[in-house]
Ligand binder design. Structure first.
Ligand SMILES: [Zn+2]
Length: 104
């Protein structure tokens, strides 16, 4: 996955989690309406919880990570999906960045 190049100022304007812990920013394309957008969420949620993103255009929810098995396989994330390409989901993640909390 190539790294997303984004300034600190730009990252503040990305919708999503506002807490001060480490963040992951993803760029994803909704395959329902073909709109690309950016979302930000805590790394902790991504690694240990459930992360959903809502498409700002069609309002569909997309599962990005599911460590608790709410939506199917336990300990599933979008990277597993990209590697396996078996899951027929309706979202495509094009870029990700991990934002270090010392860097904010
Ligand atoms: Zn959409």
């Amino acid at each position: 996955m190539k790294e997303l190049n984004i300034t600190e100022e730009e990252s503040k304007n990305i919708p999503g989690s506002k807490t001060s812990d480490e963040k992951i920013i993803i760029q994803f394309t909704c395959k329902v309406c073909d709109v690309t957008s950016l979302k930000k969420f805590s790394k902790n949620s991504y690694e240990h919880g459930v992360v959903l993103v809502r498409c700002p255009s069609c309002q569909n929810l997309h599962v990005i990570a599911d460590r608790l098995g709410y939506f199917g396989e336990k300990d599933w994330d979008i990277e597993t999906y990209i590697q396996e390409q078996q899951r027929k989901d309706d979202v495509e993640i094009s870029e990700t960045i991990t934002q270090d909390k010392n860097n904010q």
